[in-house]
Design a protein around this ligand. Structure first.
Ligand SMILES: [Zn+2]
Length: 113
């Protein structure tokens, strides 16, 4: 059987160093994987550096689109409405939640709203 070579370090990918590599980042919803792209060492290095950075930069879109992942959840994104100053979180399920709900009291005649 013909073996593949790691496209980063050119090592022959034998059983001992093969690893599942997502074609598109799982953090961005990628599900398709291959064991014939890169070796385990390069996958670990690139996963903790380039993939992590790319996932971090695309986190807003992953949250907004409620992207499903194989493992873990996206971190909530903190934001602030410039018009009101209200702080909110965009959760991993895509729902915006006010960080600190504000309670306002209004007096209308004898009624308190
Ligand atoms: Zn490699």
């Amino acid at each position: 059987m013909k073996t593949s070579k790691c496209y980063i370090c050119d090592s022959e990918i034998i059983k001992e160093i093969e690893t599942d590599e997502h074609i598109i980042l799982n953090a961005c919803g990628g599900r398709l994987k291959s064991k014939k792209i890169m070796c385990a060492k390069c996958n670990t290095e690139y996963g903790s550096e380039m993939d992590a950075e790319l996932a971090s930069q695309l986190n807003f879109y992953s949250n907004a689109l409620n992207v499903k992942r194989h493992r873990g959840k996206a971190q909530a994104i903190k934001g602030e409405l410039s018009a009101t100053g209200e702080k909110y979180h965009l959760q991993s399920d895509g729902k915006p939640v006010i960080s600190k709900p504000v309670v306002k009291e209004e007096v209308e005649g004898e009624k308190l709203k």
